[in-house]
Every structure is written in structure tokens, then in C-alpha cells.
Design a binder for this molecule. Sequence first.
Ligand SMILES: [Mg+2]
Length: 303
Amino acid sequence: MATLPKPKSRKRALLVVNPKARRGTGSIRAAVEILRASGIDATETAISRDETMADLIRREAESYDLVIVGGGDGTLNAAAPGLVDTGLPLGVLPLGTANDFARTLGIAPDPSQAARIIAAGFQAPIDLGEVNGHLFFNVASIGFSAELAADLTEHAKKRWGKLGYGIAAARILARSQLFSAYLDHDGTTEKIRTLQVSVGNGRHYGGGMTVEETATADDGKLDFYSLEVDHWWRLLALLPSLRKGTHGRWDDVRAFQTTEVTIRTSRPRPVNTDGELSTWTPAHFRIRPKAISVFTPDAEKAK
Ligand SMILES: [Mg+2]
């Protein structure tokens, strides 16, 4: 007797969209349509006032096969604990001002194209970074960029977009100062004078900056760098390298790969994770290898 082909079962996706995302609802509707045509029913669910995005994912996990997050890096960051706890795979719809993690994965900031990547169904495990229990996709920083995030309001982001970062960056840089820190990693302790310390998980961050040109979000490593410049204006010369991720070649930049590092400062300094201030020094960073599974355009990496 011939075996009948098994009907392809439809998949249910929990769709959470950052209500403050810069891109409008039209592009989301097109993405949802592409998903439906490929057998994925996406249900957009709003976060209620007294819960976080991670709470929502945990609460709804039982009813879904995957989670699709519409937004930028900050939105993904908010979803991260819920994804780790539930083990549901993540589809990324890049709708934010900064979509650096999508870029690290090779997902263009086009919701329809991103929906086709989810529809294709290739999943791969990726690492997350963690600092004092807070997860991050791209980078965690201490120093001037952490202050930059504090200064850049949602309003400025919406109104000025990438230009907003530029204006705020110039303002912060002009009043930035070097600070001392102790660095514990791989069995050594070093005292450093730095303008900024960054610990990256993926490759891209900050709307067009690069942690390290060969870094990936699945190499099981954190990429550390510290800008040990004499004065902030040295950054103007370093900027092209910081964008390309080749700054580790300069004498006044300390850069290395590790899986765990602690940074201690004399007074507590804020730590920025993926654009949000989330914790303070002393900051203990570690890699969380293969912490979540994502839909990727890279069929080679998919398992
Ligand atoms: Mg990495």
C-alpha cells in the first residue's frame, strides 16, 4: 500500500513587535503574508503594561513553535532571556534604527526579505554575551559609548535616526575622559587607562561599527577591546578602523579574544548592553555558547 505524503503541518509563530519601531505596520503586514504563504501563522501579541518582552515569551511559549521579533537591537535584547528560557527559535524582522545583530547574521533590513529567511527554515545556534547576568547580542561597553546611550533619547532616535547618534556622540566625546580600570582575564590582572572598553559577541554594533572584522556570533568567543588613547581626538584617526573592525592593529588599542573577563573600576560605571544601560562595574562578562537558535540565511551553518 502506498504511503500517503504526510500533510505539512503549519507552524505557529509568536510575533512581538516593538511599538516604538521606526518602520510602520505596512512592512510587517507584508512579512506576515509571506510567512502565511509558507505555512507559518504569525500572531502578533502585545506586551501588557506589567510585563517585559521576556515575560510575554515565557507566558506564551507553550502555544508556539517559534518567536519572531520585530524591532532593532534593543528589542532583541529585551527578548533574549525569554528565548534562552523557552528554547524557542528566533526569527528576526529588522525594524529598528540600529539592526546590527541582523547585519551580523547577514539579514538585510528589509522585513519581506527577512520573512523569506524565516520561511526557508534554516536554523543555527548562536552565542550570547552575558554581563552580571544581563544578556547581549552585539556588544557591552563601559565608557563614552555607555554615556552616549544614556543621552540618546527615544525621541532623538526617531527624529534624527543615525544622525542622532552622530550629534550625541560629538557632544559626549567632547567631555569624555580616560578612566582607570583593572582587567582580570585568562589568569592575568592588568591595570589600564582607557576611554572605552567594549566586549563583543557578534561582529557589528552601534549602527555601523565593527567589534572585530572576523568576529562571529557563533565562534564561542567574546572579542574585547579597550581604547587606550592619549586624548579623545585620537578617535578621529581611529574611526575608520573602528568602523571596519581593524582597530586592534593600533598600538593604543588593546584587543584580544576570550570567554570570560572582569572589569573593575574605582567608582561604579554604567555598562551598556546593546544600547541600553543595564548594569554597573564591577562587570563580569562571559560567553554563553550556543545559547539560542536563530533562523539564518546561511544554509551552510544551519543544522
Ligand atoms: Mg563571538
